[in-house]
Design a protein around this ligand. Sequence first.
Ligand SMILES: [Zn+2]
Length: 335
Amino acid sequence: MKAFIENLPKAELHVHLEGTLEPELSFALARKNGVALEYETPEALLAAYDFHDLPSFLAIYYKAMNVLRHEQDFFELTWQYLQKAHQQKIVYAEMFFDPQAHTSRGVPFDTVIRGIHRAQERAASELGVQTKLIMCFLRDLSAESALQTLRQALPYQDWIVGVGLDSDEKDNPPVKFAEAFSRARDAGLRLTMHCDVNQQNTLLHIRQCLETIGVDRIDHGVNSLEDPALCDIIRERSLGLTVCPVSNRFVVQSLTAAEIRRMLDLGLRATINSDDPAYFRAYLNENLLALHQDGGLTRHEIVQLVKNSFLVAWLDDESRAEYLLQVDEYLQRAA
Ligand SMILES: [Zn+2]
């Protein structure tokens, strides 16, 4: 089963590029840019990853980004993830980035996106890994800051497929960003939002995503299972849910394997993703393997989850069909 998962062609739809910053790269960039780190070695930094909920994770996460200063740093970050993705047989990825986490430190928007874009082009030509970029707004910043970020992004619109919403959900509901998301849609961008697991007012937030914002996808969204009416809407609209099991094990102490199986049984398009793999110490293959080994999901269920990623990805019909064919050909060879 390990080899079966490792060689299966896969897509990843919920990975934060800043969450792929490995301790070794962090130290290399800190040295190059003259940034002081609180820890002596990459191993000591790893040992400090003791998050147990969303705020304790975010505190460590934002501090670490301080080493990212120049275009080449964003290139290296993205290029390392894409090499890792290629090793994991990820053939297609839609990746998040958080421009406000950098522009708020004085790093220009252009520096961030140009470095990322250069790595995407290299991965497409050298590795055959196709990728798209989703720009996330930080929901603990103001609605005005989101609008300002959207204005900064529009000249680069050809490099961005959609917008998302992440960071601390508490007291930061989807409706706070209704205007930014409405303008993004008018500009032709796709819409997704995080509805993190077990957040305050989670069912209200999921409903706002569906009814007020009109999202094309929900990131996490596990709690929608608590409300049959929400599940009905998600199924009728064929919306993807990007679930991140190992991330959930850190922040809510559960792989949510039973919930993922329930989503499949209900005909919801659940997908499996790594979220912040450098922090949760698990890339996509490790997430799928944990679901099988610790969560008891069958080979058939794993295949359905992987197919769902291609089914809900923001691809044109022809590319989608080609990727699904790759999966089917692999399954025939593996049978
Ligand atoms: Zn996330």
